[in-house]
Write a protein that binds this ligand. Structure first.
Ligand code: GLN
Length: 494
């Protein structure tokens, strides 16, 4: 039999239900693999007992003949941005070190209710700000992938959900949660040869997720294939009165609706994404994707998203603006770190705590956000960026009059080496260029593996859909997956 840790979510679920193996056997196999992979630094905290407890419960239910949940016996990783009751939740920041929530996020609770178990809390960019996992206070995650040149350069797993992507690619967990504010599910998925979907804004409750930019933040699943993403998303999504922007819509049966036949579907290719100097391997994988979707029966049409070039600047105004407001709550009074120098007054404590607790990138965003929201500059920056956001959303609305889904690369390049971009924030921000427009428009978007570049590193293709049409996105993803035949996995060195 294949190793349990090589199985997909669907195979584990079905195997547990059929009694091929027990949920405890599955949890033990993944716990052992997690424990042996510390070199990847994918987890901030591991919770082997939580995984075992959940598994024992599932085995007991099965023995008693009770109905099993949709994720019964499936151990998963939880991005350390989701509040988990009794388990440290840090957002990978020193300022939250030692914070143990007394409540569970809605999304994680739904996963546990469906029979999933927690292997641990996954590392990420601090407060989900970053594209390489290098902003984590707990050290960067190292991708299990390496360039095929024989060198041992440590590669970025993408970010901010880099612990999630690395852990799945290294088979430390079959699936994990991610969050995506401006690409943080899709870009790390692309960098590590896995799949991930950011649903329509509002599908997954934000309650209990550490807030970055509330009008953009969306949770979503990361897993090895499209079916597993559908299974996970079905459990994670759903209306939640505790989140004022939660969508009051029924959750469709996405797994049952999977169908990679694209006959009668139109796929839009945004001409503005064909930027000058686009990486040759990325351009080729995009062409492959076009050919695969044609082969699946789709008609390919050129579309225009004319405001694309303003998306990144608008994002890097709106996201920091919201972050500066959201992060005002970390003041040393209520949770996490408190730095109280001798003889300090309250103001000094705020300043000392925030100076010591936030990393450099987080401080940069708070400064930018505070600046663009300040009295004399609000209209010039923030209001202007909001107008651009509306125009970008309108671009998509018009484009979807001519097509059902949009196909584009997920990121402008494959993974880069750790340290190769960290000194230049703009170079790092440019990574998000293809991911951010769908975030600003609140649209469902997914990344699926498309192949390897000439350095032997994975490349991802992105599918963007109409609001609420996760099914259309998943189905196009499935059509690509079936033709890409992506089976590459990183050679184990850790
Ligand atoms: N890389 C982007 C940023 O740094 C997106 C992060 C995210 O989606 N959380 O803001």
């Amino acid at each position: 039999m294949t190793n349990i840790t090589d199985l997909t979510v669907a195979a584990i679920r079905d195997g547990v239900a059929a009694g091929t193996f027990s949920a405890v056997e599955v949890a033990e196999a993944f716990n052992a693999r997690v424990a042996a992979a510390q070199a990847l630094n994918a987890f901030i905290v591991t919770t082997p007992d939580a995984a075992l407890d959940a598994a024992r419960k599932v085995d007991g239910m099965r023995a008693a003949g009770n109905a099993l949940g949709k994720l019964a016996g499936v151990p998963i990783g939880m991005k350390d941005l989701f509040a988990t009751r009794g388990v440290q939740t840090t957002a990978a920041s020193h300022i939250l070190e030692g914070f143990t929530p007394q409540y569970e996020s809605t999304v994680s609770q739904k996963l546990w209710d469906a029979g999933a178990g927690m292997l641990g809390k996954l590392n990420l960019d601090q407060f989900a700000m970053g594209s390489s996992n290098e902003t984590s206070y707990f050290g960067n995650v190292i991708s299990p992938w390496r360039r095929s040149d024989g060198g041992n350069t440590a590669m970025a797993p993408g970010g901010s959900s880099g612990g999630s992507s690395a852990a799945i690619a290294a088979r430390l967990c079959p699936a994990a949660t991610g969050t995506d504010t401006g690409g943080s599910i899709r870009q790390p998925a692309a960098f590590t040869g896995i799949s991930g979907i950011k649903p329509t804004y509002g599908r997954c409750s934000r309650w209990g997720i550490v807030a970055f930019a509330s009008s953009l933040d969306q949770a979503g699943p990361m897993a090895r294939d499209v079916r597993d993403c559908a299974i996970m998303l079905e459990v994670m999504a759903g209306f939640d009165p505790k989140d004022s922007t939660s969508l009051d819509l029924a959750v469709p049966a996405w797994e049952a609706g999977l169908n990679g036949d694209m006959k009668g579907k139109k796929v839009g290719i945004p001409k503005e994404y064909r930027v000058d100097g686009l990486d040759a391997d990325v351009a080729k994988s995009w062409d492959d994707g076009i050919a695969w979707l044609k082969d699946a029966g789709a008609e390919i049409v050129e579309i225009s998203l004319p405001h694309t070039k303003y998306a990144l600047p608008a994002y890097y105004i709106i996201a920091p603006a919201e972050a500066s407001s959201n992060l005002a709550r970390y003041d040393g009074v209520r949770y996490g770190l408190r730095d109280l120098p001798d003889g300090a007054n309250l103001q000094d404590m705020y300043a000392a705590t925030r100076a010591a607790g936030f990393g450099a990138e987080v401080k940069r965003r708070i400064l930018i956000g505070t600046y663009v929201l300040s009295a004399g500059f609000y209209d010039a920056y923030y209001t202007q960026a909001q107008k651009v956001r509306t125009l970008i959303a309108r671009d998509f609305e018009l484009a979807f009059q001519h097509c059902d889904v949009i196909l584009a690369p997920t990121a402008p390049t494959a993974a880069f080496g750790l340290g190769e971009k960290s000194a230049d924030p703009l170079a790092m921000y440019l990574n998000d260029v293809f991911a951010v427009p769908a975030s600003l428009a609140g649209l469902p978007a997914m990344s699926v593996p498309a192949g390897l570049n000439r350095e032997g590193l994975p490349l991802g293709l992105q599918i963007v859909g109409r609001p609420f049409d996760e099914q259309g996105v998943l189905n196009a993803g499935l059509a690509i997956e079936a033709r890409a035949g992506f089976t590459a996995k990183p050679e184990q060195w850790w």
